[in-house]
Every structure is written in C-alpha cells, then in structure tokens.
Design a protein around this ligand. Structure first.
Ligand SMILES: C[S@@+](CC[C@H](N)C(=O)[O-])C[C@H]1O[C@@H](n2cnc3c(N)ncnc32)[C@H](O)[C@@H]1O
Ligand SMILES: Nc1nc2[nH]cc(C(=O)O)c2c(=O)[nH]1
Ligand code: SF4
Ligand SMILES: [Mg+2]
Length: 204
C-alpha cells in the first residue's frame, strides 16, 4: 500500500453521503468531520464536535485508505473548525488519489492547505481573518434572525467578485424565516437560497 503520511487529526466522524448545502448540493461526497472548535455558535448543529480531546486521532494514511474506496470525487473537510489545523498533508494526499477537496469553515483561522473549494460561513461569535474574504468560493450566511440579512450584506461587500452568495436558514427557525428569505432573494437576486437538504432527506 502507498504510504501517504502518519500526520494525524482528531476525527469526530467520517461518512459518505450527499452534500446537502451550497453550490455542490446534491453531489455525492465523502465527509471528514474534524473535532475542535472555539467559535461557540449558539445554534451550532454539531456541538459534540467542539472538544477536540474526545475525538480519536486518525492518520492521513487511514483516512485516505477509507476515502479511496468510494467513487465520488468530492471530499468535504468540515468540523468543528477544520482550519484550526494545518490541512496541507491531508489535502495533498486527497489530491493524489484524484479527489476534489472542499472545506467548510467559519474563516476564523488562516487556512493552510490547497483546497479546491472554500465555503466561508462567517459567524458573529468570532471574527473571520481577512484572507477568508479573498479565498471564499461561496459565502454562506446562516440566517437566525431577520436582522442577519443586513449583516449578510456587509459580508457580501467584502468577498471577491467570483464568490457565490448564499443565505441559509438556521434549521430550527426555518419555518418562520423562509418566507422572509424567499422574498429577500426575489428582491436581491445576487443572493441564492441554500437549504440543509440532507436534513429534509433524513441522511447524514
Ligand atoms: C457545523 S459547521 C462546521 C464548519 C465550520 N465550523 C463552519 O461553521 O463553517 C458546517 C456548516 O453548517 C452550518 N450550520 C451550523 N449549524 C447550523 C444550523 N443550526 N442551521 C443551519 N446551518 C448551520 C454552518 O454555518 C456551516 O456552514
Ligand atoms: N449531507 C451533509 N451536507 C453537509 N454540508 C455541510 C455539512 C457540514 O456539517 O459541514 C453537511 C453535513 O453534515 N451533511
Ligand atoms: S463555527 Fe461551525 S462548528 Fe464551530 S460552533 Fe459555529 S457552526 Fe459550530
Ligand atoms: Mg452539518
């Protein structure tokens, strides 16, 4: 077997599913969810990820061996906050087996790793670093309250010109907020809606 690296990361879970959110919604994808996050979003849907110490470490060799068994090209590195770690060894190894690598990040740490797609979801709870606005392939703002639409506009002014803009309802507030978000996108067509479609589909 080819040896990639004994570099290791705390992994909360890893699974093959369908990307539920953003540009690649509907695309088969292998998810690697790293443990550890210090952002502390009140509505975070994966609070079990926050403490890195409770998640076992996996080496890049182990991860690559598993990921290589699945046919989908897309791999999503998420968390937790994956940009807390130097991801270069993992991303290079995924590229070496022909994968297309996306990251889900709050942009609170500078990213080390040559990802192909950078999903930037800034949070009020901890400010992003400046480079996140340049690196963003898509900006995905979670709308928890109507006033977050104004906050979304402020961020949209700072991202690069190629960045795709998404408004995503916070899951527990979706029924209340969707009519407002739908009207907002109809009136502000630079935005698109992103839904957590995997939750509607009841898949991971
Ligand atoms: C769990 S986070 C992990 C990656 C990174 N820490 C981040 O926040 O971007 C993955 C995605 O889920 C979104 N998210 C988390 N909780 C959510 C919720 N309750 N409703 C809608 N989106 C949520 C985040 O904004 C992010 O885009
Ligand atoms: N299916 C599926 N799509 C997702 N897109 C982003 C997710 C995440 O938690 O980062 C996620 C997730 O947890 N599941
Ligand atoms: S930054 Fe991401 S993982 Fe961390 S608390 Fe917020 S939504 Fe959850
Ligand atoms: Mg999720």
């Amino acid at each position: 077997m080819t040896q990639y690296s004994s570099a290791s990361y705390p992994v909360m879970e890893h699974f093959y599913t369908i990307q539920g959110e953003g540009k690649y919604t509907g695309t088969s994808a292998y998810f690697i969810r790293l443990g550890g996050c210090d952002v502390g979003c009140v509505w975070c849907d994966v609070k079990e990820s926050w403490d890195a110490d409770i998640h076992p470490k996996m080496t890049v060799d182990e991860l690559i061996t598993v990921v290589a068994q699945y046919p989908g090209e897309l791999v999503v590195i998420t968390g937790g906050e994956p940009a807390m770690y130097d991801l270069s060894v993992l991303v290079d190894a995924l590229h070496s087996i022909g994968k297309y690598v996306a990251i889900e990040t709050s942009g609170t740490s500078p990213l080390v790793g040559a990802v192909d797609w950078y999903t930037f979801s800034p949070k009020k709870f901890k400010s992003p670093v400046d480079e996140a606005y340049n690196k963003a392939s898509e900006l995905k703002i979670v709308i928890f309250h109507q006033s977050d639409l104004k906050w979304a506009e402020e961020h949209s002014l700072k991202v690069n010109d190629a960045c795709v803009l998404y408004l995503q309802p916070e899951w527990s507030k979706r029924e209340q907020l969707l009519p407002t978000i739908i009207e907002y996108v109809k009136n502000h067509p630079k935005w698109k809606i992103s839904l957590q479609t995997h939750k509607y589909l009841e898949i991971p």
